[in-house]
Design a binder for this molecule. Structure first.
Ligand code: NAP
Length: 256
């Protein structure tokens, strides 16, 4: 049974793996033997995370600087990963940002920045790893959605659009690449304690209390709470699971 969840010998790219949810997932993968490519913009944070994971679990870790808004940088990221490891077994499309505003007040460049970072990147990264996964006879792609994949919010038009899009992208890729033995799934986190939500807590007075009241388990999630679902979707135990959007939300999405 232990082997079912093992990632021993596997290579996983985690975009935005140097902080928050991505880092929680990278730690989880490394804990079950996976080798990790941490891909993000901030070199110092990436270097520190790579050092931490290497020393804690003894797996191989490669840090790559990438801005996922740019296709050429994504292609360079995949080339660096394949040069170093010769294979890519798992991709986690996790990099994401938010800018809060009323729909009528967004500038077009803000809309584009959110959509390019959260959604277009997931398409481009998935497309970039596809040839390696197909050649290897299979792979796993996991994209990070949100409760805004399901629910709307007044100041969330572009963010919610990007996260709704993640679910539909997941379904289409799952269908397209099922014959290649590539499983494509999404994880929809509830409210998780990260830099992103620490910023939201500053911008939205009372948010902390609302999250605690609205989440049945009565607490914020921590990045490590995402690791179990990600390991399940990255490992062979989920080989017959594809196209799903799995909430990891402390019950947020089932409470009226
Ligand atoms: N926290 C929550 O409650 C929550 C809930 C639902 C969904 N999510 C989603 O979960 C994902 C991670 O969020 P988080 O809460 O962990 O936020 P976070 O702590 O702010 O981390 C975001 C990560 O994305 C990277 N990133 C941002 N823009 C990038 C770009 N252009 N290119 C490459 N990397 C980029 C950042 O690294 P660099 O700055 O170094 O590039 C960082 O590692 C996002 O997709 C977010 O929408 C979060």
């Amino acid at each position: 049974m232990k082997e079912l969840f093992s990632l021993k010998g596997k290579i996983a790219i985690v975009t935005g793996g140097n902080g928050g949810i991505g880092k929680g997932i990278a730690h989880g993968f490394a804990a079950v033997g996976g080798n990790i490519v941490i891909a993000a913009r901030n070199k110092a944070k990436t270097h520190e995370t790579a050092r931490e994971i290497k020393s804690q679990y003894g797996v191989q870790v490669l840090g790559v600087q990438v801005d996922v808004r740019h296709e050429d940088q994504i292609q360079a990221m995949v080339a660096q990963a394949t040069d170093r490891f010769g294979q890519i077994d798992i991709l986690v499309n996790n990099a994401g940002i938010n800018i809060r505003n009323m729909p009528q007040d967004y500038r077009l460049d803000e809309w584009d920045e959110i959509l390019d970072t959260n959604l277009r990147s997931a398409f481009l990264c998935s497309k970039a790893v596809y040839p390696a996964m197909k050649e290897a006879g299979g792979g796993k792609i996991i994209s990070i959605g949100s409760m805004t994949s399901i629910f709307g919010g007044a100041k969330l038009a572009p963010y919610g659009t990007s996260k709704g899009g993640i679910v539909q992208l997941t379904r289409s890729l799952a269908v397209a690449w099922a014959p290649d033995n590539i499983q494509v799934n999404a994880i929809l986190p509830g409210w998780i304690n990260t830099d992103l939500t620490r910023q939201a807590r500053k911008e939205l007075p009372g948010l902390n209390e609302r999250v605690l009241a609205r989440t049945p388990v009565g607490r914020w999630g921590e990045p490590k709470d995402l690791a179990g679902a990600a390991i399940f979707l990255a490992s062979s135990t989920s080989n017959f699971v594809t196209g799903v959007a799995l909430p990891v939300d402390g019950g947020f999405s089932v409470m009226i």
